[in-house]
Write a protein of this length. Sequence first.
Length: 158
Amino acid sequence: MLVKVLRTAALAAIVLLPPAAVAAPRHTFVIAHVSAKHGWQNMRLRLGGRGILRFKARGTWVFNPSQPPVSGDGAANLSTAGRADYTFSGSAGREGQLIGRIGDAAPFVAGADGMHKVRPNEIGRLKLMINDDYSGAVGKGLTDNRGHLRVHIGYERR
């Protein structure tokens, strides 16, 4: 009788575990098409906590019809560093570059073959877009863009 009660209790403990006790997958992969004509585009990846994001973007897109098409690394000769009218104006910023953000956190460079260390305060859905004059304050913004990138996104939870 005691053995039967212990087996029943063990089974009940397994069945009654809350959903949070089930570990989330350690590695997640998503493939997305990111359009040059749209602002922040939600990816099918919701993040919270530490981890590593890896990006492999293929294809080209146009951020300005007077410039040649570029990869996810953008135009090497057109820095956006310190140019507040661009979505990403950090020191590594380039026009036409693939950039990302998690939730409402600060944007970061994803690039054609980039990596981003997810910080604990970066919580929410991953969003990607082209680094351009989003508001149209300098040029035509996103309205004169064309093309898309096919992006392979890998996430390793740490």
